[in-house]
Design a protein around this ligand. Structure first.
Ligand SMILES: C[S@@+](CC[C@H](N)C(=O)[O-])C[C@H]1O[C@@H](n2cnc3c(N)ncnc32)[C@H](O)[C@@H]1O
Length: 266
């Protein structure tokens, strides 16, 4: 399987990344996730897949029916940052250094939980995997789930036509084909995200390089020869296919401004 050094981006400067992610448009599309969790009648446990700096703990900690929160992430420095935030929370929070493609520690923990478990993965975390890894994460998460559990995902939608049209380039740089315009718009949009610049420049003294990978329809970010980031945007059809392949049933698919919120069960 292709190796993507995603850890490098998220763990280079967790404090900077924590601030930067709040400004991303997708954050506003989390409201259906918050409402879904709030409206759950029974006591529930939450598992955040890719908890990062624990931005979501701020709202999860305020929801009454949550008895405990488990967060997993594979990046040590982001978990360290998250641990400090968790100490200030009222709820029981368990943080595990674990890999979403092979969540061994998580499996042990959730096997003992009796109440429904809501697995969440926010702000397009699933889009940061190669297509093979993505299928694996779906499968492994489904294998953890029991009948009463739910999976809630926030996934980036394909780029908005208005954004594509708003990119105004000099005529000699303007692509003729619509497909090329879309690719360019995605590259420019990613290249403008602050998470790729200041921390990487400071630590590695290098500029990232942005590329559009035709095969997987992914934006790929390189630092020298290393693939340090991948971002995929989803279509509704693709989301349905991924769920079907893993044996998950979609209960709700809501369309926000930048992201889809998908709620599924086994
Ligand atoms: C987009 S961030 C989301 C962070 C946080 N949940 C939020 O919404 O602000 C994705 C997180 O997933 C983590 N991650 C990526 N691949 C992972 C993997 N294979 N296993 C565990 N964590 C992973 C990254 O380290 C990063 O912290």
């Amino acid at each position: 399987m292709e190796k993507i050094e995603t850890k490098l981006i998220f763990s280079t400067n967790p404090a900077y990344y924590d601030k930067a992610i709040r400004k991303m448009s997708g954050v506003l599309d989390e409201i259906p996730v918050i409402n879904f969790i709030k409206n759950f009648r029974k006591s529930i446990a939450i598992v955040s897949l890719g908890i990062g700096t624990g931005r979501e703990l701020e709202w999860l900690d305020e929801i009454k029916n949550i008895s405990k929160i488990i967060g997993i992430d594979f990046a040590k420095s982001t978990l360290k940052f998250c641990r400090k935030r968790a100490k200030k929370c009222k709820k029981k929070i368990i943080l595990l250094k674990d890999d979403m493609t092979n969540p061994v520690k998580l499996e042990k923990k959730v096997s003992k939980i009796k109440e429904p478990v809501i697995y969440i993965s926010l702000i397009n975390t699933l889009g940061n995997f190669s297509s093979k890894e993505r299928e694996l994460v779906f499968q492994r998460t489904k294998d953890l789930m029991k009948k009463k559990d739910r999976l809630v995902l926030c996934l980036y939608k394909r780029i908005d036509k208005a954004i594509v049209d708003s990119i105004n380039l000099p005529s000699y740089l303007r692509p003729k084909l619509k497909k090329e315009k879309v690719k360019l718009a995605e590259i420019i949009e990613y290249a403008l995200m602050p998470i790729f610049w200041e921390p990487l420049l400071k630590k590695y003294n290098q500029l990232p390089r942005f590329w559009y990978n035709e095969k997987g329809n992914n934006i790929v970010v390189y630092m020298a020869e290393k693939k340090v980031f991948i971002s995929h945007r989803f279509s509704k059809e693709e989301i349905k296919k991924l769920h079907k392949k893993a044996g998950l049933k979609i209960e709700k698919l809501a369309e926000g401004k930048a992201m889809y919120t998908v709620i599924s069960k086994i």
